[in-house]
Design a protein around this ligand. Structure first.
Ligand SMILES: [Zn+2]
Length: 135
C-alpha cells in the first residue's frame, strides 16, 4: 500500500464525532434535542431554535445528486491522477446536503437527480473519508 498523499480530515472538538462516525462507516449528523432538526456541518448551537443540546444521529447514506462540477485542473499534485473527477453536492434522504466526490461513475452518466449512496475509503490506519457512488 502506497502512502496516502491527499489532505486528511483535521477534526476539531466539534467535528471529531462526525469523523469518528466516518471511521466506523457511518454518517452522523447533529440532531437538536429541542426541535429535533438535523444539521450539518457541526455547529455549537441549533440554527433553528438556538438550543445547545444535541445528539448524533445516523443518516441512511442514500440520496440524490443535487449538483456537481467536473474538475479538469488539479488543486494539488496528489489529485493529478484523478483528473477529470466529479465534486458532488448530494442531498441525502433526510434533507442534509454534503459535498464530496462522486466515484465509480463515468462522466457521461452523471446526472442531477441520480440516486447515489455513500461509500467509505479507509485511506490510512487512522482516517477514513466518505464519497458517493451511484446507488
Ligand atoms: Zn433546534
Amino acid at each position: 500500500m502506497t502512502q496516502y498523499q491527499k489532505p486528511l480530515p483535521e477534526p476539531s472538538s466539534l467535528t471529531q464525532p462526525f469523523w469518528d462516525g466516518v471511521k466506523q462507516h457511518k454518517l452522523l449528523v447533529q440532531k437538536c434535542s429541542s426541535c429535533s432538526k438535523l444539521r450539518h456541518t457541526p455547529k455549537p448551537l441549533c440554527p433553528h431554535c438556538l438550543s445547545q443540546e444535541f445528539t448524533w444521529a445516523p443518516l441512511s447514506g442514500q440520496g440524490q445528486l443535487y449538483s456537481y462540477t467536473v474538475m479538469h485542473r488539479s488543486p494539488a499534485p496528489s489529485f493529478d491522477g484523478d483528473l477529470p473527477y466529479v465534486v458532488a453536492l448530494v442531498e441525502l434522504k433526510e434533507g442534509i446536503r454534503m459535498i464530496s466526490n462522486l466515484v465509480h461513475c463515468p462522466l457521461d452518466k452523471v446526472r442531477v437527480g441520480m440516486p447515489v449512496k455513500v461509500v467509505y475509503e479507509d485511506v490510512t490506519k487512522e482516517a477514513s473519508i466518505f464519497k458517493f457512488a451511484p446507488a
